[in-house]
Design a protein around this ligand. Sequence first.
Ligand code: NAI
Length: 296
Amino acid sequence: MSTLNLQAANVLVVGAGIMGAGIAQVAALAGHHVFLHDAREGAAQEAKDQLSVALHVLVSKGKLQHDDVEAALTRITPISALRYGKTATLVVEAIVENLDVKRKLFAELEALLPEDAVLATNTSSISVTALANGLKRPERLVGMHFFNPVPLMKLVEVVSGLHTAPEVAEAIFTLAQSWGKTAVHAKSTPGFIVNRIARPYYAETLALLAEQAVSPQVADACLRSVGFRMGPCELMDLIGHDTNFAVTRSVYEANFYDKRYVPSGVQRDLVDGGLLGRKSGRGFYRYPQSEADKAV
Ligand code: NAI
């Protein structure tokens, strides 16, 4: 197996939402030049501005050095069109959780980037094998699945589909480690490892809520008090209900509509109502969270 080294790669992060912004931060702090692109005009620059604020808070708390933060910020370039990132040899895609939209993006990227570029997807649930189908170089596509919030969560699942070249998965594994992450190899099965295990956790919470057997506050307080860092409702608010619902549907379909994975009407109502969680200002809770919301 030949070795592929991505340590000096210019990184193109596509999607400047919750995950893309975090990935850009981690890559830039690790020394990479990062192009950040989002389909929504101005979103990449907004994400960089928010990162700047968050990183300077960490400087004021003594957790990061001022010069390191300034250097990392100068390495992040928001770009209004993908073509401005065409020198990248690693893409990390973090756009909407939709197979067709992601496939279209990868076809476009493949035509634009150097032949040896690695195409990594941060998908939570979509088959890496299916995403690679139709590409000229499907062996270059691999899952690089981060967890939310990216700068804090250590785990990265390196997901190999049927086409993925072993040296590509290995290069992403090594890169994730060099970014301070704990990497684990996973296969492109529905939900990979963590999301497969976590689906029933969310599903049972949503079932309890639908039965009005518990409130979000009580569910969260219970799970926290048995040692979880966050309760299930606050975690779903953090993930974003649109993304979490898309993942649930994708895992359900991929398991041939096994009723263990059936999506919840509670989740659908939140999405239909635009109550997406933290990112929209309201989900199970309102943000910023009030003391009344926290009360049990
Ligand atoms: P988000 O909704 O916060 O951000 C997605 C961004 O992608 C938006 O800013 C949107 O404008 C942009 N976008 C949509 N289509 C695009 C396109 N064709 N080209 C460029 N930009 C486009 O979503 P989030 O939460 O960051 O999720 C992104 C990906 O990461 C999804 O695949 C999701 O499943 C995955 N993921 C999400 C986690 C979470 O906790 N939210 C955890 C791990 C993975």
